[in-house]
Design a protein around this ligand. Structure first.
Ligand code: PLP
Ligand code: COI
Length: 360
């Protein structure tokens, strides 16, 4: 089967420059979308076909669309950043393409070739270039996703899928800026078990997390920290972010057990931290370790990381049985140093020594 080329069918009626600029002045996260989107179909026996870049518009969905009932759907998240010379580049799109393929395998969906994933993102960014914010941490967030487009109620993998990419200008994910978040250790609800779908970026994982997120909010917390589903003891990750624990000049992130998402920011930070002279490791951290090591002062900082959230300090922790301030509750030095190193790389203010940036 051949890889289709993307046919450009641009909008004759994009948003005016003034309307766009008003949005870019305060984009928020995931609230506004650019003028275009990419759609590529997959049909059993035919493969990928009808790749198009078209005006952003609602889809018409049959009530018996299989995704609405059985949730065969996956997504990705990556960002495009304006570089100092005015060009635009994305961060590690190949890693997102590969994770998308891994998610597809887990959800019995077809794998989109890496070149087509990257070409689809590039085509949308090129077309909607004016939507890439100018400065600082702002970026254009790309949301590639795929869902079953077949109609029917039989429970089996669909034989038709739609892959799409939409884009949304992004300011800070947490409206307060770099402000430490408070977290709730979820002991009642679990996110995923080994053998389940926790390592895939699939909609159901997020749907299942919402009731725990609401519970966190009831306890005055911003975010949920998921624990392992068997012992309810080992730290896994947060709702849309991985976690790092800072022990002086050693940083540790929970190992990939099969039930947490292998974050690309998490992976990048293992390398960036080593470049900066820290020891960076994957390991196991329990809720007891967290509390004890914070109390005895060896655990100096904790932070969360992800594409949308970048790096966000954790300032306080709460559970049914305990409640503590992480360190002095303020953003830590290592956290802020790693945050700057990551953003400098993504925005082209430091050298891309690992070949992670994809210029358009
Ligand atoms: N964990 C979950 C559940 C996520 O949704 C995300 C966001 O993509 C992450 C971790 C962080 O992954 P990445 O750094 O690839 O954005
Ligand atoms: C991302 O960081 O890209 C995410 O997908 C997290 C969240 C918005 C679901």
């Amino acid at each position: 089967m051949t890889t289709p080329t993307i046919e450009l069918k641009p909008s004759s009626n994009p948003l005016s420059a003034a309307e766009r600029e008003a949005i870019l002045a305060s984009p928020g996260f995931g609230r506004h979308f650019t003028d275009h989107m990419v759609t590529i179909k997959w049909t059993e026996g035919r493969g990928w076909h009808d790749a198009e870049l078209v005006p952003y518009a609602p889809l018409s969905i049959d009530p018996a669309n299989m995704t609405l009932h059985y949730a065969q759907t996956i997504f990705e998240g990556l960002k495009a950043y304006k570089q100092p010379d005015g060009t635009v580049a994305t961060f590690r799109p190949q890693a997102n393409a590969e994770r998308f393929q891994a998610s597809a395998r887990r959800m019995a969906m077809p794998e989109l070739p890496t070149e087509l994933f990257i070409a689809a993102c590039d085509a949308l960014i090129q077309q909607d270039r004016a939507w890439v914010p100018d400065s600082g941490e702002a970026s254009l967030y790309l949301r590639p996703f795929m869902f079953a487009s077949e109609v029917g109620l039989g429970v089996r993998p669909a034989n038709e899928f739609l892959f799409m990419v939409i884009a949304s200008p992004a300011g800070a994910y947490f409206p307060g800026g770099v402000k430490p978040v408070s977290v709730w250790l979820s002991e009642e609800y679990v996110r995923a078990v080994k053998g389940g779908t926790g390592a895939a970026k699939t909609g159901g994982n997020y749907a299942a997390s919402l009731v725990a997120q609401a519970q966190a909010a009831e306890h005055g917390c911003d975010q949920v920290v998921w624990l392992d589903a068997v012992e309810h003891r080992w730290i896994e990750e947060m709702g849309g972010m991985n976690l790092y624990f800072v022990y002086g000049d050693r940083i540790v992130t929970p190992e990939l057990t099969g039930s947490l998402l292998p974050g690309i920011t998490r992976d990048s930070l293992l390398t960036i931290a080593r470049d900066l002279g820290y020891t960076a490791e994957e390991g196991r951290i329990s809720t007891e370790d967290w509390k004890r090591d914070n109390e005895n002062g060896t655990l100096t900082e904790v932070f969360a990381c992800g594409t949308a959230a970048v790096i966000t300090p954790v300032g306080s922790v709460k559970s049914e049985r305990a409640n503590w301030t992480q360190g002095d509750g303020q953003p830590g030095e290592v956290t802020m140093r790693l945050r700057k190193a990551l953003l400098d790389l993504q925005t082209g203010r430091s050298a891309d020594t690992h070949g992670w940036m994809h210029p358009l």
